[in-house]
Design a binder for this molecule. Structure first.
Ligand SMILES: Nc1ncnc2c1ncn2[C@@H]1O[C@H](COP(=O)(O)OP(=O)(O)OP(=O)(O)O)[C@@H](O)[C@H]1O
Length: 301
């Protein structure tokens, strides 16, 4: 049984639907990503999962519980990343951890969490004096202190420097490895590609696509990209005849061909047959960025 089930979810503000028939199911132990342009309905959806907003229609279940009807029970299962404003500036890290531990009957050892999150040296520091990255670590610790089965992280690494972001990714992987299910809203494609087992791409209040990162990339026309500067010009007719090639373009003498592995092999044998050398040859996979842009290109913000 999926640990999170959302079906037919609808929410409108002032008669304007912002979530319009969203459905997805998250399996226990997954890192499930929600991607989408600004205003696509991601936060509204996760807040319905958290029980913070009331859907107009549809059903949400977390471990079989109704997030609004079974709020008390849900608190023991679901860990939610806090927003900054929800902590007082003067609270120290230790006080915050102790306070939140007291909310749960069987909390995790907050000292161990602080250690795992690199906060041991900051226990007496007031919240208002923590850096952005340290605050994020504290929010993760607070989301985990109740030993949740599911954590919801909404734009967790926004505002973090590249190192803090990478450290946070490692943490999410550790959380996942300890068996916790993670629902992750993010705008960072690299983050989604690295962390998520599956991703729902939202567009205008609906799920435009739901697949693994690799599956989403495969669906886009991108595929594999080979680019090189040929030592002699290549004929358009020969390029057009390459198997599974979707597009080719020339810029400043450099040729870029999109297609599949078969296209790449055909390009290499064509070059060998014509005794053409490929300078600065690069073969890359198209990225989640490409897939995301294609899936969401017509959303009006
Ligand atoms: N309380 C509210 N009252 C009126 N409109 C709202 C309210 N909350 C959200 N909206 C609108 O609903 C739409 C979806 O908002 P939501 O926050 O769910 O989007 P999002 O996908 O999380 O966007 P972002 O990536 O910018 O965080 C937006 O157009 C937003 O302006």
């Amino acid at each position: 049984m999926p640990i999170i089930e959302v079906s037919g979810l609808r929410k409108a503000y002032g008669g304007r639907p912002v979530v319009d028939g969203v459905a997805f199911a998250v399996e226990e132990g997954e890192v499930f990503g929600i991607l989408g342009p600004n205003g696509a309905g991601k936060t509204t959806t996760v807040e319905c999962v958290e029980g913070l907003r009331e859907p107009d229609a549809g059903a949400v279940r977390v471990a079989g519980l109704d997030p609004r009807g079974d709020r008390d029970e849900l608190t023991g299962i679901l860990g939610v990343q806090l927003q900054e404003s929800e902590l007082q500036e003067k609270l120290t890290v230790r006080e915050a951890l102790e306070l939140y531990s007291a909310f749960y009957p069987d909390p995790a050892d907050w000292r161990e969490l602080a250690e795992r999150l690199g906060l041991t040296g900051k226990l007496t520091t007031r919240f208002g004096r923590l850096s952005g990255g340290q605050k994020q670590r504290l929010f993760i610790a607070l989301a985990l202190v109740g030993r949740p089965r599911v954590v919801v992280l909404d734009e967790l690494t926004t505002g973090l420097d590249p190192r803090a972001r990478r450290d946070t990714w490692k943490l999410i992987e550790e959380i996942r490895d300890s068996g916790v299910t993670v629902l992750l809203v993010t705008h960072f494609m690299e983050e989604a590609q690295r962390l998520c087992d599956r991703i729902a791409v939202f567009r205008q209040g609906r799920v435009a696509a739901l697949d693994t990162p690799a599956g989403l990339i495969r669906r886009s026309d991108g595929g594999t990209v080979i680019s090189f500067t040929p030592s002699r010009p290549l004929d358009d007719g020969e390029l057009a005849g390459l198997p599974e090639a979707t597009t080719f373009e020339r810029r400043d003498g450099r040729l870029t061909v999109r297609g599949s592995d078969a296209t790449v092999n055909a390009v290499i044998s064509l070059l060998a047959r014509r005794q053409i050398t490929a300078h600065q040859l690069r073969v890359t996979d198209s990225t989640l960025d490409d897939a995301f842009l294609q899936l969401t290109e017509d959303q009006e913000n």
